[in-house]
Design a protein around this ligand. Structure first.
Ligand code: PGA
Length: 251
């Protein structure tokens, strides 16, 4: 049985004080859950103080990105050891906004994934097709290329430490959620690919999240699909009541 993971990607939102306040509200409204994992991904400056707010909650902390070198003359970048020391257990890698606006490629996703693993961080590797690619019938080919690219060179044990997130680009921040059937088709394909790249046992335990306009009113049907193991939530993760309802999904 895969433990569901509900992850809030706060993107470029919230000051440090606002981030702390949001965590306090989440703790109030979600409480303790040991049947599902709750994760938040604030901005870099807020990580260490959010980590303090999370103490005793059992919730997980992720950064939204990292650079693959450990230290050095890379102005503006933040490394794996730094986010691990700030209290992160996970890191989001290859989000479509980074692919779209910041030149992320399969090669950089792969380097970042390897760096995260080296530093004991759980990579949450994001993949997803654009609307043009979906309409051209290329969805599964695009996803396969992104998963193969991101996981390049990893062994089964390392793949077993990953979380994958399927986030169709056309569904992110648009209010257009994939239907449960559309999402399930891709999730099942990703699991099949993980079985090929690693083995059946690794594929069976690998958590695959859906992301893209997940809201309180659609999370239950999405989570009813057999291969959807959680959600990566943007907009709705900034409202404590909405995220609390998403965490409390019923399938
Ligand atoms: P959204 O973002 O929930 O606002 O669509 C999801 C994501 O980008 O992770």
């Amino acid at each position: 049985m895969r433990k569901p993971l509900l992850a809030g990607n706060w993107k470029m939102n919230c000051t440090i004080a606002e981030s702390q306040e949001l965590v306090r509200q989440l703790r109030d409204q979600i409480g303790a859950r040991d049947d599902r994992d709750v994760l938040v991904a604030p901005t870099y400056p807020a990580l260490a103080l959010v980590a303090k707010e999370l103490e005793g909650s059992g919730y997980l902390l992720a950064a939204q990105d990292l650079y693959w070198e450990d230290s050095g003359a890379y102005t503006g970048e933040v490394s794996g050891p730094m986010i691990a020391a700030a209290g992160c257990s996970h890191v989001i890698i290859g989000h479509s906004e980074r692919r779209q606006y910041f030149g992320e490629t399969e090669e950089t996703v792969s380097k970042k994934t390897q760096s995260a693993l080296r530093h004991g961080l759980g990579p949450i590797v994001c993949v997803g097709e654009t609307l043009d690619q979906r309409e051209a019938g290329d969805t599964l080919a695009v996803i396969e290329r992104q998963v193969r690219g991101g996981l390049d060179g990893l062994g089964s044990e390392e793949i077993g430490r990953l979380v994958l997130a399927y986030e169709p680009v056309w569904a992110i921040g648009t209010g257009k959620v994939a239907t449960p059937e559309q999402a399930e088709e891709v999730h099942a394909a990703i699991r099949g690919l993980v079985a090929k790249l690693a083995d059946d046992a690794t594929a069976e335990q690998c958590r695959i999240l859906y992301g893209g306009s997940v809201k309180p009113d659609n999370v239950d049907v999405l989570m009813s699909e057999p291969d959807i193991d959680g959600a990566l939530v943007g907009g709705a993760s900034l409202k404590a009541a909405d995220f609390a309802r998403i965490v409390a999904f019923q399938s």
